[in-house]
Each structure stands twice: as structure tokens, then as C-alpha cells.
Design a protein around this ligand. Structure first.
Ligand code: PLP
Length: 388
């Protein structure tokens, strides 16, 4: 037996084998094997991805000159269509920042920025639970890296004070809302730490907070009033913004540096102009969607309150991402299937995405979910978990 098939068999034995599901998302539902289920597994946090009115308005106002489905070139060659400048200007304005730079995806951003801005005189201190795209960026970097325990600021402070004088620069890397636990980073605390040292850069991934937090939906940094203190504020368009791509908010000098050094910006075809137009359109809508954000916050609170006392739940979440930790993979998979049978599309998240023994259902809420739907979900989860 070759090594690939034996590895697949091992994954299968452990209940960790993945395959691509045949699914069709429609509105806030998902159709799989002929069953229509309410979707609690997407990152469409504002419920905009299949909004008929928004799509209609966008298409009606779209200048046919801008309808291009490919840029057919890197941004440094001929792919830098004018809409890039309009989008980056708008983002910089919203964040009241010097500059922004748009990328093909959050994966491109995170795997490309750290290798570009660090060298062997740098130290990266990254939260234990940062996203795989950041882990890959660290892997490509020549810097030394230490992962600190999740949100353990005392350990982080110790690491900084021990190392500050030995490195030219220290990069503290975190997410604002964490993907799998739905809990949050204390950004003001990181800002306070940074201010004690001359050579610290703060790198914050707001993938799950962009569109969702702050008065204008700019993220946790807006909510906590620390935008100016963050050196690399990364956001993605593929989640709440219902589009594709990502951006960093940074200084003008850093933008020029990245354009020269960042391989995942330079050596890839630029985004299709029509997608950039849609992103620009949707961002201006999101700024005014405070009532969506309030509803999302309210249903998040409701689900967390309801799940807290349930058997097996470890809910550290403070957001619209609520993990329902069941521990063992097989049990988690079975529970997900039961929920799907009841019409709720929830997926098991298992190793290696989360640590061994912490398999979970990741409940991903959307502002499009109604109060009634949330009550039904809570009712069903309660019923199923009492039978576990
Ligand atoms: C989704 C995600 C990314 C990747 O963004 P894409 O645009 O989907 O490539 C990066 N960081 C975090 C924390 C994410 O959740």
C-alpha cells in the first residue's frame, strides 16, 4: 500500500477524513442531498451574500466597461485596474489611515506579509490559536517564532521583556475574534504593551470582525478605539463583506515596501475588476448596517446564554461564533448529523483544525437569522444534547 492510501485510511479510522461536500447555498439556506437546511456554517455574518436587492442594485448601476471577469495579469504588470485605487482610497478614508493595500485573499495577506517584513533579526510572538494562513506566513519567514498560550498576556509580556533587546523588531500577531472559539483578544492591552518598547509591531487579523464590530463595521479595533496603534490591520472580504479578497491598513511607507517585497502580491494575477467593484459597493453598504450588527450581537448573546448550561458545552465565546465543544470526534460528527436531520446545517470541526479532544460544532450566526430561527436552533440543540 502506498503512503497516500495508508494515510487516508488512518484519517478515516480516526473519523478525520475530509471530502468536498456537494452543497448549494441559497439565501440563508443550504441544499445538500436534496435536503434544505438553515445554514449555521457559513461566514456570511451579515446575511448579504445572496441578497437579491443588493445584487440587483449593484448590477443596475454597474458600468459595462467595468464588467471584466479577469484582470489577466499581476497588479505590478497590467492588472492594476483603476478600481483598485478607488477601493484602497475608500478603505484608507474609513480607517482614517495613511494607506491600505488589497490582496487576493486573507490567505495571500497572511502568508505574504510576515515573510516580507521580517528577517533573522526579528522575533514573531503569535497567539497559539492563530489561523492556518498566519502559521504558514510564519513558516515562510526567516524570523524566530514563539507561540504564546492563547490570550495569555502575562506570558506574552514576559516573552517580550526577555527578548526585546535581542531582536531588531518584535511582531505580536493575533486575531481580534478567534475563528474557532469565538472569543476575543484584548487589543488595548496589546497596545499598552507595545508602548513600553521601541521595536514592537502589532499585527491583528480582523477576518471575523470586519463588517461585524464597531460603529462603521471596521472591526474590533474601531470598537476599542485603537485603529491608529495597529501597524498591520488585516481584514478579509470573503466573510461578512460577501465578496472576495482582503486588505491591510498600514502606513504609506509600509504599503510601498510590501508592493516591492511581498511575493503573494507580486506573483499572482490580480482580482477580477468586477469583484473589486462589488467589494467597493458592499463596503459602503456595510458602514450603515448598524442594525444588522445589533441584531447579530443580540442573537449571539441569546445562543451563548442558552448553550452555557448544556452538557458538554465549553463556551468561551463572546461573539457570533459559538463553539459547542463535544470533545470526541465521533460524537461530534454524530451530533452534527442529527442536527442536519432536523434541518440545521452545522458542521463538526475536528483535528487538525482544532486541538485533539476538542472537536466541536461551530455555530456561525448571521444577521439574517430571525429570532424564531434562533429559538428553533436552541430548542433542538437542547433536546439533542439532553440525549447525549
Ligand atoms: C478566513 C480567514 C482567513 C483567510 O481569508 P480568505 O480570504 O478566506 O483567504 C484569514 N484569517 C482568518 C482569521 C480567517 O478566519
Amino acid at each position: 500500500m502506498n503512503t497516500y492510501s495508508s494515510q487516508l485510511e488512518q484519517l478515516s479510522r480516526q473519523g478525520n477524513l475530509r471530502s468536498l461536500p456537494a452543497v448549494d447555498a441559497q439565501g440563508l439556506s443550504i441544499v445538500r442531498d436534496g435536503n434544505t437546511m438553515l445554514n449555521f456554517s457559513s461566514n456570511d455574518y451579515l446575511g448579504l451574500a445572496d441578497d437579491t436587492n443588493l445584487k440587483k442594485e449593484f448590477l443596475q448601476n454597474l458600468n459595462s466597461r467595468n464588467v471584466r471577469f479577469s484582470s489577466t495579469s499581476s497588479r505590478l504588470l497590467t492588472g492594476n485596474f483603476p478600481v483598485y485605487a478607488r477601493l484602497e482610497k475608500r478603505l484608507a478614508e474609513l480607517y482614517k489611515a495613511e494607506a491600505s493595500l488589497v490582496f487576493n485573499s486573507g490567505y495571500h495577506a497572511n502568508s505574504g506579509i510576515l515573510p516580507a517584513v521580517t528577517d533573522n533579526r526579528s522575533l514573531i510572538l503569535a497567539d497559539k490559536l492563530v489561523h492556518a494562513s498566519i502559521v504558514d506566513g510564519i513558516g515562510l519567514s526567516k524570523a524566530r517564532c514563539i507561540r504564546y498560550r492563547h490570550n495569555d498576556y502575562e506570558q506574552l509580556e514576559r516573552l517580550v521583556s526577555e527578548s526585546a533587546s535581542q531582536y531588531e523588531a518584535i511582531f505580536i500577531v493575533t486575531e481580534s475574534i478567534f475563528s474557532m472559539d469565538g472569543d476575543e483578544c484584548d487589543l488595548p492591552r496589546l497596545v499598552a504593551l507595545k508602548k513600553h518598547y521601541p521595536n514592537i509591531y502589532l499585527y491583528v487579523d480582523e477576518a471575523h470582525a470586519f463588517g461585524v464590530r464597531g460603529q462603521c463595521g471596521l472591526g474590533c479595533a474601531e470598537e476599542q478605539d485603537v485603529i491608529k496603534e495597529i501597524d498591520f490591520l488585516v481584514g478579509t472580504f470573503g466573510k461578512a463583506a460577501a465578496s472576495v479578497g482582503a486588505f491591510v491598513i498600514c502606513s504609506d511607507e509600509m504599503k510601498r515596501y510590501l508592493v516591492n517585497k511581498m511575493r503573494t502580491l507580486i506573483f499572482t494575477t490580480a482580482l477580477p475588476p468586477v469583484n473589486l467593484e462589488w467589494t467597493l459597493f458592499i463596503i459602503d453598504k456595510i458602514v450603515d448596517m448598524q442594525s444588522h450588527r445589533e441584531h447579530l450581537e443580540a442573537i449571539g448573546h441569546k445562543v451563548r446564554q442558552a448553550l452555557n448550561p448544556l452538557n458538554g458545552a465549553i463556551v468561551s465565546s463572546s461573539s457570533h461564533i459559538v463553539p459547542f465543544v463535544l470533545g470526541e470526534t465521533e460524537r461530534t460528527v454524530q451530533t452534527a448529523l442529527k442536527l442536519q436531520h432536523e434541518g440545521f446545517y452545522l458542521l463538526p470541526v475536528r483535528p487538525p483544525t482544532v486541538p485533539q479532544g476538542t472537536s466541536r460544532l461551530r455555530i456561525s450566526l448571521s444577521a439574517g437569522h430571525t429570532d424564531t430561527e434562533i429559538d428553533q436552533l436552541i430548542h433542538t440543540l437542547t433536546k439533542i444534547s439532553s440525549g447525549l
